[in-house]
Design a protein around this ligand. Sequence first.
Ligand SMILES: Nc1ncnc2c1ncn2[C@@H]1O[C@H](COP(=O)(O)OP(=O)(O)O)[C@@H](O)[C@H]1O
Ligand SMILES: *[C@@H]1O[C@H](CO)[C@@H](O)[C@H](O)[C@H]1NC(C)=O
Ligand SMILES: *[C@@H]1O[C@H](CO)[C@@H](O)[C@H](O)[C@H]1NC(C)=O
Ligand SMILES: *[C@@H]1O[C@H](CO)[C@@H](O)[C@H](O)[C@H]1NC(C)=O
Ligand SMILES: *[C@@H]1O[C@H](CO)[C@@H](O)[C@H](O)[C@H]1NC(C)=O
Ligand SMILES: [Mg+2]
Length: 603
Amino acid sequence: MKMHELVLILTVIFAATLFSSCCLALTEDGMTLLEIKSSLNDSRNLLGNWQATDESPCKWTGISCHTHDQRVRSINLPYMQLGGIISPSIGRLDKLQRLALHQNSLHGSIPNEITNCTELRALYLRANYLQGGIPANIGNLLFLTILDLSSNSLKGAIPSSLGRLTHLHYLNLSTNFFSGEIPDFGALSAFGNKSFIGNLDLCGQQVHKPCRTSMGFPAVLPHASSDEVAVPTKRSSHYMKGVLIGAMSTMGLALVVLLAFLWICLLSKKERAVKRYTEVRKQVDQETSTKLITFHGDMPYPSCEIIEKLEALDEEDVVGSGGFGTVYRMVMNDCGTFAVKRIDRSREGSDQVFERELEILGSIKHINLVNLRGYCRLPATKLLIYDYLSMGSLDDFLHEHGEGQQLLNWSARLKIALGSARGLAYLHHDCCPKIIHRDIKSSNILLDENLEPHVSDFGLAKLLVDEEAHVTTVVAGTFGYLAPEYLQSGRATEKSDVYSFGVLLLELVTGKRPTDPTFVKRGLNVVGWMNTLLKENRLEDVIDKRCADADMETVEAILEIAARCTDANPDDRPSMNQVLQLLEQEVMSPCPSDFYESHSDYC
Ligand SMILES: Nc1ncnc2c1ncn2[C@@H]1O[C@H](COP(=O)(O)OP(=O)(O)O)[C@@H](O)[C@H]1O
Ligand SMILES: *[C@@H]1O[C@H](CO)[C@@H](O)[C@H](O)[C@H]1NC(C)=O
Ligand SMILES: *[C@@H]1O[C@H](CO)[C@@H](O)[C@H](O)[C@H]1NC(C)=O
Ligand SMILES: *[C@@H]1O[C@H](CO)[C@@H](O)[C@H](O)[C@H]1NC(C)=O
Ligand SMILES: *[C@@H]1O[C@H](CO)[C@@H](O)[C@H](O)[C@H]1NC(C)=O
Ligand SMILES: [Mg+2]
């Protein structure tokens, strides 16, 4: 197809999308979010995709919705360098369960209207410049489980209505200017001094400091009502804003077409790059029908040495075996080490097609993927040569408590979640043709000496298993990871990978295999089990006891991401890129400049 034809088609498509979206109104929640945005100072335009022309806000940065009614369920915008104030409009999002605005530069007060969000479970406002008091009616938020207001400039007394919050598991009011007596009532009596450190002048049993009394009264009277006046919001009519944004997006159209141009250029460049990389070295010995293919300089050894080593592999070198065959460790004369997978089963089909597909897999390079370095056909077997990952699989780490093996603490697990997501997102979004993994599970996440994860065996299932036969020939270990629609139809999609990734996240949190008897006994899989526990607010029962360093905040965030990934409806699951973005928002160190770095491209 010629370039100008392509551009014409693209223009028509964009015009059509613009036309259709302009005539469907944004939901109420969407309008409310735009009001909230208008009082934030988003100087880096990280909320650029919050557009009045959209029909629903559910795909906007930081937003997730309830699936049944598309109401906003959570706002996740930590570490976004947002300035400005929290608009009182927040009170209209009455289905909001999670508000995470920590590590920004928000000022003004916490709006009293927030107590209208009666379904709120987690409120993170840590590390901002918020002033004023805690809204006196905070006790209305009956489901509140996590309240983190630490490191702000909040002052006044701690309202006793906090004591009514029977679900409250985590409270942090540290490093503010609170004063007076901490009410010793209900839920409030349970928190120790770690929840209150670094305040101006708090007293009470929680901080082991009796309140000085004169004639039986506390020296500082608790003064529960918030004494700060809410900072007034600029109220430009949002009709005007709609028109403005509409006009801007029309101008944006020209830009989009231009970008499409650039994108096409980039794409063709990328294809060329792939061609360059897939140059392979082929060595064929007609007599013995031995064939060795190595990919783009990945095996800097003479072919005879490689073949000799491959032929010499035996039982002593076995490192494991799985659904497709046995894995061996191969050590070269210079001590370079590789993993060799002997394929026990394979699909009928021409060798040429098989080799062509292997070449594509061999061309994929990413720091979080296990590199396929070569392929060898010996008279009796087919062998795949991979990087050797010395620390073995995540499965071994989590479930084989052998020989005083190093335990994976929570921060190591977060690193594994993030790296695996990067590898998978790369396969889905940056490879051409895109690769569906089909077999995401903990035994396919391999770890190097730094416990950095590398996703292995991508695309292998497609290569080795017949489409029709697939579901019935599923390897036992894979079972708990498969998305319901994949089990039914046998058709793998990116979204079925996303489901498996969600199960992997649950495995990291719980430390249990998805087929653990705990779940099966209750007639549930790990996903159903998690959902019941979350409904009962029993977060602490979910977490692997070995993660002493786990903090509620990230656990809860990871569980929410896992819940979205394992949504029964594939269309409601996020894409891997979105998953990656969510993980980065939650997990990254407070060093925002790292976050938006484009992921280095090796393809
Ligand atoms: N590249 C590799 N480096 C180190 N160990 C590996 C490598 N590939 C596989 N293994 C080990 O061999 C085992 C079997 O792998 P595999 O045949 O892919 O089956 P599965 O992934 O179903 O466990 C893995 O669980 C892992 O411990
Ligand atoms: C928004 O923030 C930027 C820097 O963060 C600042 O220069 C600018 O003045 C702020 N704008 C408003 C309206 O507060
Ligand atoms: C509080 O929520 C109700 C719906 O439950 C809504 O009608 C009302 O406008 C909200 N109040 C504020 C101040 O946002
Ligand atoms: C906090 O309480 C613990 C006992 O619960 C005590 O050992 C510690 O010294 C206290 N810390 C401060 C800063 O008061
Ligand atoms: C509360 O936050 C402060 C500082 O942000 C931290 O030092 C403290 O450990 C936290 N308290 C709890 C209970 O996590
Ligand atoms: Mg494997």
